[in-house]
Design a protein around this ligand. Structure first.
Ligand code: ZN
Ligand code: ZN
Length: 145
């Protein structure tokens, strides 16, 4: 995590009227290292592997905060729980979710980037994050039909 990002994060926590906690910083640090999507369970296991003392409860409490701050976003729900991804420096992409095997594929395309940029210009707004989902049946599952 860069110094400026950490500074921003500390400012954000302070502006929320919350006390700065090293645990929140630890959670954010770990999240920034995740490649792709994560859920509370997988994040907890990653932290545990590092001998971290961060509890699942802390993760559950920190996630809404990180969403509000624009650090992460919820990307999809699977088996009743949410999956997230880092939004910082992330190119617009869409998710193809197979309804049978639950596999998630990420599709990045320049056209998507342009679409978002054009929209921003046209509406004079600022896009913070984007989230596109396509549900279907993947090629592996299709063959089994
Ligand atoms: Zn499938
Ligand atoms: Zn994604």
């Amino acid at each position: 995590m860069s110094d400026s990002l950490l500074k921003d994060f500390k400012k954000f926590i302070k502006n929320k009227g919350l006390k700065y906690s090293p645990k929140r910083e630890e959670i954010l640090r770990e999240i920034l290292e995740v490649d792709g999507h994560f859920d509370v369970e997988s994040l907890y296991l990653r932290l545990k592997e590092r001998k971290s003392k961060v509890s699942k409860t802390s993760i559950y409490r920190t996630i809404p905060l990180l969403i509000e701050g624009g650090y992460i976003q919820e990307v999809y729900k699977q088996e009743g729980h949410s999956h997230y991804e880092v939004t910082l420096n992330k190119q617009p992409h869409l998710h193809f979710i197979c309804v049978k095997c639950k596999k998630v594929d990420e599709i990045s395309d320049e056209r998507l980037l342009r679409l978002v940029e054009d929209y921003q210009k046209e509406k004079k707004c600022r896009v913070l994050s984007h989230h596109l989902e396509i549900f279907g049946i993947c090629s592996d599952c299709k063959e089994e039909d």
